[in-house]
Design a protein around this ligand. Structure first.
Ligand code: FEO
Length: 402
């Protein structure tokens, strides 16, 4: 992918990872991703962030198409996770930069990852700035957005915010800018990314956005480290992050389940009918067909989460346990939920599901519905009624928020 001049003398020198569908081992990335790095040509030539180690030679060729690597004076390491710092040992060897800027936590984490105490670290904190010549770089620590070391770099002369993981998306494309691709697809990818990576840190997102406003940063371009660069829709993505972080109630529910002989599946469909009768949108997701990260993508604008599993070996099916573990870790707030279950003889799964949902801080409408073997008409009517109850609870939340 050719380098792209995103501002005068500022280049995208990143890598497009076209074929990665498994992002960091926990989220699907069906559209691939990019690892964005940025090269600023100034009196002090500066590289912002890098790429995974396996792409270090690709980064070399990107930079080499502009300048010899050894001309780089500074490296700014906004985040230490290996998708952005994996090439650091290679770069340090090739470049031998005068200074490496990172947050204080980043300094510790670089030591923990690469065990190189002699690199020329220059830890910075919020409010610190450096001069590159014609430009300055202001640093803003963004702890837990989404790692303890994360930070932003802001170049006021170019109104450019290099935002690391924040505002990113997993999209591999030949286009670099938000006005070159379909906006609805871009926003959907942004939401999927947020709700699988950033969601647990939503309070930090709000705090960082407040800080950006308080500092009065004039931003006309946001250059994240994954995906597309924002230049025509900066206010849109800033507002979207505020909305994602707020998790406002919405009249929608997601029903997730796994099933053995389709009894639990029949119950899922009946619950959906109850929701629909009350005017609440619903998405049914069989966990054998949908990855847990895609369920979280749907849960982004859903206030209801209803979970079903048959009893299997006195427990729940493995894919349901996988989803519940994943969702709990992402700590969605303000959700209501319920459980449903079929069973043959022992029937523990309903209680297990209720306990899981409560442990994830979902407001659970108990006890849910349990069907011995195949649900009959009366049992399906109970399921439908459960759907209605969840719908009423969702609508109450939406009304209270209006
Ligand atoms: Fe894209 Fe937290 O690394």
């Amino acid at each position: 992918m050719p380098v792209t001049e995103i501002k005068k003398d500022i280049y995208w020198v990143g890598i497009v990872d076209w074929n990665i569908h498994d992002f960091h081992g926990y989220s699907k990335s069906p559209q691939g991703t990019t690892y964005n790095a940025y090269l600023v040509i100034d009196d002090k030539i500066t590289l912002f962030d890098s790429v995974p180690a396996k792409f270090q030679m690709d980064l070399y060729h990107q930079v080499r198409s502009i300048i010899p690597l050894e001309k780089i004076d500074y490296i700014v390491c906004n985040h230490i996770e290996p998708d952005h710092a994996g090439a650091m040992p290679f770069l340090m060897e090739k470049i031998r930069p005068e200074k490496v800027f990172c947050s204080k936590m980043g300094h510790r984490m670089l030591l923990d990852h690469f065990h190189q105490p002699d690199w020329p670290y220059h830890p910075v904190q919020t409010g610190d700035s450096i001069s590159l010549g014609k430009r300055t770089v202001q640093f803003l620590e963004t702890r837990m957005l989404h790692w303890p070391d994360s930070m932003f770099s802001y170049i006021p002369e170019d109104r450019l915010l290099i935002s690391n993981d924040a505002f990113g998306q997993n999209i591999a494309s030949s286009e670099r800018f938000d006005d070159e691709i379909d906006l609805a697809m871009l926003m959907a990818a942004s939401s999927h990314y947020y709700h699988n990576i950033v969601l647990p840190y939503s309070q930090r997102v709000t705090a960082v956005l407040d800080e950006v406003e308080k500092l009065g940063l004039q931003i006309d371009m946001i250059a994240p480290d994954h995906g597309i660069i924002w230049r025509s829709n900066v206010p849109l993505i800033l507002q979207a992050y505020r909305d994602y972080a707020t998790q406002k109630p919405n009249a929608k529910a997601v029903i997730v389940y796994d099933t053995m002989w389709h009894s639990t599946e029949k119950m899922a469909k009946a619950i959906a009918e109850g929701l629909m009768e009350e005017g609440v949108a619903v998405k049914i997701m069989h966990l054998k067909q949908y990855h847990h990260s895609d369920v979280m993508g749907e849960l982004a604008d859903a206030t209801g989460i209803i979970c079903g599993s048959p009893t299997h070996n006195n427990g729940i099916l493995p894919l349901v346990a996988d989803f519940l573990t994943y969702m709990k870790g992402l700590r969605p707030v303000g959700r209501v939920g319920a459980a449903f279950a079929s069973f043959g003889w022992s029937g523990e799964s309903l209680n297990i599901l209720n306990d899981w949902l409560k442990s994830a801080k979902i407001e659970v409408i108990e006890p849910g519905v349990k069907s011995k073997n195949v649900p009959d008409h009366a049992k399906l009517a109970e399921c439908k009624d459960l759907g209605r109850q969840v719908a009423m609870a969702i609508k109450a939340k939406v009304a209270a928020d209006a």
